[in-house]
Design a binder for this molecule. Sequence first.
Ligand SMILES: [Zn+2]
Length: 128
Amino acid sequence: MLRKNELLEIRDLLMNLKQDILTSLEGRIKSNDISDQREIGDIFDDADLEQSREFNLLLTTRERQKLEQIETALQKIEYSEYGFCEDCGENIPVGRLRAMPFATLCVKCKSERESIEEPISVYTEEKG
Ligand SMILES: [Zn+2]
């Protein structure tokens, strides 16, 4: 189990990651000289930032996925569900969470999933 100070630390990490994406997005908007600057300003003032359609249009798929992962992790922290592997239910080690705060699987399950997603042709399993 994660201690409260560890949870708070990871929560901070997640908030920083989220802020990084938002900052880079903001920079991109400014450098692109989007005509409707005022509207963009409104988007950034909006508390429901992620809900806005304009905001989502400006994000790359990858950034959007990352934000979703961050949001999911933050929600889990909120509901005290954070830090458990989604597959086996074991605690995910804090070291792994520090390195990958939005990890939802332990190392073991993650590598198992990856081997399913990316089958290695050399490896053949004999089945009766
Ligand atoms: Zn697991």
